[in-house]
Design a protein around this ligand. Structure first.
Ligand code: RIB
Ligand code: CA
Length: 321
């Protein structure tokens, strides 16, 4: 029985590849795609998601969502993904967004189904708004796989923070404390051996399929930016790594439940995912029957390691035919 997915995305080049992985997976029933301002303005996210759905020959509704963060100004990553988010190749969809707002769609769909896997690939604005409107939806989510944050390591937009959480830290803090069954896939998991090196990129191009060609071409700017940003030779694909875990939880080989909070006050560490890996955050209000201080209960399953070969095979499988 295919598992039901909802995907929230600020559709740029790595998001698009993650969408392909889900749309092409035989055991994933994608009920809808909701878009949020992030890498590019939300109208461009809609266009990019529509194009990707059409390229996959799928019939999945795409909804427009928040056009800016809860409290902050909208910020975009044109420098990384290109002005249109897809490498400025000039892809144009033929269809248009579904009627209605992404947040309403999320609430209605979660109320109409149980056991949904919610995958978030962008800032968490839509998710925070949906929970604020309808707290009851939290209990209806089976898994919430979040590409976001950086667990006890450097960020990619500041030394402390990863883009999706940094762009809307207020929304992220609300979501991380909402009770959703969060699996956090940080930016660090797509780096190093998890990047696509030149051999991997040549292997993908050798498939000769439209999806493989699109994957390489729409990430042409991201490849250059990725090398410039971290000095690593390969292409980092954060959203596809997160999607591979959403599609197959076994790809996350080391996971632990931790208390995680999000910095929303400091400008220096805005958007930092503060992961209490060693359970040292004591809560003066949380005292047990013996009068002992108790640490904050874990609210997130943090992924610390992945099976790199399995992640890459999950990607290749979606592009080969
Ligand atoms: O930091 C990486 C994340 O920010 C990815 O989701 C990328 O698409 C951007 O949204
Ligand atoms: Ca994204």
């Amino acid at each position: 029985m295919p598992r039901k997915f909802l995907i929230d995305t600020d559709t740029a080049s790595d998001d698009a590849v993650a969408l392909i992985m889900a749309l092409r997976h035989p055991d994933a029933d994608v009920l809808g795609i909701t878009t949020v301002s992030g890498n590019v303005p939300v109208e461009q996210c809609v266009s990019n998601a529509l194009y990707t759905v059409e390229l996959c020959g799928a019939e999945v509704p795409v909804y427009a969502g928040a056009d800016r963060p809860l409290l902050r100004e909208a910020t975009h990553a044109f420098w990384f993904h290109g002005e249109d988010g897809l490498g400025d190749v000039g892809y144009q969809p033929s269809g248009s967004a579904a009627e209605g707002n992404a947040v309403d769609f999320l609430v209605e769909t979660l109320r109409a189904h149980r056991d949904i896997t919610l995958v978030t690939l962008g800032p968490l604005t839509n998710i925070a708004l949906a929970i604020a409107c309808a707290p009851d939806i939290v209990a209806r989510v089976e898994r919430c796989v979040i590409m976001g944050g950086a667990a006890c390591t450097v960020g990619n937009v500041t030394p402390a923070a990863e883009f999706n959480v940094w762009a809307d830290p207020d929304a992220a803090r609300q979501v991380f404390h909402s009770g959703l069954p969060i699996e956090m896939v940080g930016w660090e998991l797509c780096r190093g051996p998890a990047t696509l090196d030149d051999d991997d990129l040549s292997y993908v191009r050798s498939f000769g399929t439209e999806l493989a060609t699109f994957t390489i071409d729409c990430n042409r700017r991201a490849l250059l930016a990725s090398r410039q940003q971290s000095g690593e030779p390969g292409l980092d694909l954060p959203d596809p790594v997160a999607m591979s875990i959403a599609l197959d939880p076994k790809i996350a080989t080391r996971v632990s439940a931790c208390y995680v909070d999000i910095e929303t006050v400091s400008s220096l560490t805005r958007g930092m995912t503060v992961v209490d890996q060693f359970d040292v955050t004591f809560d003066e209000r949380n005292i047990d029957v013996w009068g002992e201080l108790r640490s904050r209960p874990a609210n997130v399953k943090v992924c610390w390691e992945i099976d790199v070969l399995a992640w890459k095979e999950s990607l290749y499988r979606s592009l080969r035919t």
